[in-house]
Design a protein around this ligand. Structure first.
Ligand code: UT7
Length: 332
């Protein structure tokens, strides 16, 4: 789907934000003490210094509810969309449990799985609910305990991924007002699914032939190239649709997969380095939580303030990718 326009009457407008991280910090030094890697390799190849890891028994629903509760400071919600690829159970979806935890009653609640692009897909879904008149206020959460998919002995993936959750509360408003989301640019390329996947545990390979098949396998270099090309392409499409020049973008909030991917994509687009919002050094790649956590951190520390024109772009397994834009609103 290319840069579909929003409905002329109603837009989804950001009304609140929140983030949640597990307490446990895993430093590069801790990883280097048990795997064949170094703090220097991880820092220079990925930009990550530390990441957070969920405690045993701490789940996606736990983190999602904490981030969602923070975003609800901006008011109530009458629907909930949870972006995750690590739900508490394979079936059912986790969103209803999050809604129950937040005391939202019997609101519609469901998961969206587009892995690291999940939050942008979930924002698009929620915007459709609002512009179509199905809901007035939608809580959109991106949450993953992605370390549950990581082979603890794999030096290619252990240093990269962390756990967390982030959320935005959306309300019905007018297109063009500060905080209004859209247009959206969303894509997928299923023929390349094997570049980044967990082979077993689903309906095709129900029981792993080999225990490694229940963990994420990543062809890092190929994924790196795809991520840079697709996020740049999608960003350009959404900028063209909304009518912004590259120079109009104040903050570039890309999926936090690797600082080199963020910098290369920004460079491709012609964005200055200081437009790049990055918290990857402290949280690593938190999959669907990555963009809302970066937004929450930037809103909390003042990197992001009212009036900034923001470009959001994500890329992930599937493959999936997508982008959207908004002007950051004045929020209490
Ligand atoms: O969320 C979306 C999904 N994920 C991503 O977007 C990740 C995309 N990919 C990447 O971020 C990068 O490809 C990685 C960080 C995964 C790897 O960086 P790279 O610069 O592409 O390294 P590489 O895989 O080409 O490996 C370079 C060297 C290799 O050694 P040789 O063959 O040059 O001797 C690897 O064996 O680095 C070695 N290597 C390591 N060395 C120390 C790979 N992992 C490690 C490690 N520590 N952890």
């Amino acid at each position: 789907m290319s840069a579909a326009g929003v409905s002329p009457g109603r837009a989804a407008v950001v009304a609140g934000w929140g983030g949640a991280l597990p307490e446990r910090v895993v430093t590069n030094h801790e990883i280097a003490a048990r795997l064949d890697t170094t703090d220097e390799w991880i820092r220079t190849r990925t930009g990550i210094r530390e990441r957070r890891q969920a405690a045993p028994g701490q789940s996606t629903v736990d983190l999602a509810a904490e981030a969602g509760r923070a975003a609800l400071r901006g008011g109530r919600a009458d629907a909930l969309v949870l972006a995750t690829s690590t739900p508490d159970q394979m079936c059912p979806a986790s969103a209803p449990q999050v809604a129950a935890r937040l005391g939202l009653g019997t609101v519609p609640a469901f998961d969206v799985n587009a892995v690291c692009s999940g939050f942008v897909y979930a924002l698009a879904t929620a915007s459709g609910f609002i512009s179509g008149g199905i809901a007035e206020r939608v809580l959109v959460i991106g949450a993953d305990v992605f370390t549950s998919l990581i082979d603890p002995g794999d030096r290619a993936t252990v240093p990269i991924f962390g756990d967390g959750a982030g959320a935005l509360l959306l309300r019905a408003g007018a297109p063009g007002e500060p905080g209004a989301l859209g247009p959206f640019d969303l894509h997928s390329e299923g023929e390349l699914a094997e570049l980044l996947w967990v082979e077993a545990g689903g309906s095709r390979r129900r029981v792993p032939d080999d225990p490694g098949e229940r963990f994420l396998v990543m062809q890092g270099t190929a994924v790196f190239r795809q991520a840079c090309a697709r996020m740049a392409e999608s960003s350009r499409a959404v900028l063209e649709e909304v009518g912004w020049m590259v120079g109009d973008v104040d903050r570039f909030v890309g999926h936090q997969a690797n600082i080199r991917i963020l910098q290369a994509t920004a460079k491709h687009l012609g964005l200055p380095a200081d437009a790049v919002v990055a918290n990857i050094d402290r949280v690593g790649n938190t999959s669907a939580a990555s963009i809302p956590l970066a937004l929450s951190d930037a809103a909390a520390d003042g990197t992001l303030s009212a009036g900034h024109r923001v470009l959001l772009t994500a890329f992930g397994a599937g493959l999936t990718w997508g982008s959207t834009v908004l002007t950051w609103p004045e929020l209490p």
